[in-house]
Design a protein around this ligand. Sequence first.
Ligand SMILES: Cc1cc2nc3c(=O)[nH]c(=O)nc-3n(C[C@H](O)[C@H](O)[C@H](O)COP(=O)(O)OP(=O)(O)OC[C@H]3O[C@@H](n4cnc5c(N)ncnc54)[C@H](O)[C@@H]3O)c2cc1C
Length: 366
Amino acid sequence: MSADVIIIGGGVIGTACAYFLARRGVKVLLLERNHLGSGASGATAAIVSISGTSGTPEALRRLNIESYHLILDIEQDFDQPLEVIQGGALYAAMNEQEARGIRPAYEEVCEMGIDAQWMKGSEARHFEPLLGPNVEAAFYNPASYHVNPFRLYEGYLNAALRRGSRIEYGVQVREVKLKDDAIDRIITNKGDYHADWVVLAGGVHTPEILSPLEIEIPIVPARGQVILTEACSVKTEHIISFLDHLYIKQTASGNFYLGSHTEFVGFENRITLEKIANFAQVLAYGVPLLARLRALRFFVGFRPICEDNLPIIGPLPACSKLVIASGHGRTGVRYSASTGKAVSELIVDGKTEHPIDAFRVERFTK
Ligand SMILES: Cc1cc2nc3c(=O)[nH]c(=O)nc-3n(C[C@H](O)[C@H](O)[C@H](O)COP(=O)(O)OP(=O)(O)OC[C@H]3O[C@@H](n4cnc5c(N)ncnc54)[C@H](O)[C@@H]3O)c2cc1C
């Protein structure tokens, strides 16, 4: 089997790359060992915000702003709506110490030119009646929305398939063989494949695909446990966040999605009562309604987190036609569109509209 570009991995990053490449007329074949969204992308909250800290590199801010707008724009090209809920995000503090803790994030968002609002507890409760009586303060970031993640990666994929791309399931890539600066072949459980270019978007499994080449990249799995509640007739369009990245969002069908600590426990995929009970309690303290809802499902996902919390986007030094697009950590949905666009520019134009030097793998490899 052959194609211009073979993409390894059917998560939100691999499908976004397929979409943007297909838009440029490239013949793409996507290989997925399991099913679409079977990695982190099937467990995600799919929140897309413009935010950052004083340490956020300029290149990442640009990727963030570009992707935020691109996702909303390309929905027009998808065969079903993304169920965008564009109500902004409310960051709540439950005491004075927490209020001091969220203040820098508020100031940072304001410095980015976003019209954020700081509120006392009573103002926050008026703004979002689901908040409980113990909220001390909150800030509101209007530059935040969430989507249905299943529709996002299916949307990317279907729009790529419509333009002549293909996907094969049950194909596990074992190794990418190189010959000088070229791709020799892609060895899989279903035989060998051939392509001029390979995009490696295997999420937490990207390091193991590179290991036969004796290339080590520091992407590790960071477990997130999730609770999904029954649908509720009381509605909110706000994402409501608390300390430690704990948050809720309500899906278009009314279910609440509750997430999630960041746990470094390797590929241990058990649901643990300790964590679930802990974050359910924190969230129900902030939003008392949650305590009365029935939990429908518990599940876990593994965020592909890179050592320096930046994604890896760019070619391998040993082979300019093997491009890595992985390690997006807690924010892979947020950066999916701009990553796909950058990868397509790299392959089609040989350069990207916005600089991606900060994301190159050379920062880890010698
Ligand atoms: C609980 C949780 C909440 C999150 N919330 C948010 C959020 O609100 N906003 C946000 O922006 N991000 C969020 N994230 C992070 C985001 O989901 C991830 O960064 C993103 O999904 C990573 O996408 P990916 O395509 O790189 O990896 P994945 O989705 O893991 O996809 C990789 C794919 O590659 C396939 N694969 C792996 N190895 C091989 C192989 N050898 N051969 C063939 N196929 C292979 C896998 O089967 C998988 O389907 C969250 C993540 C979790 C777990």
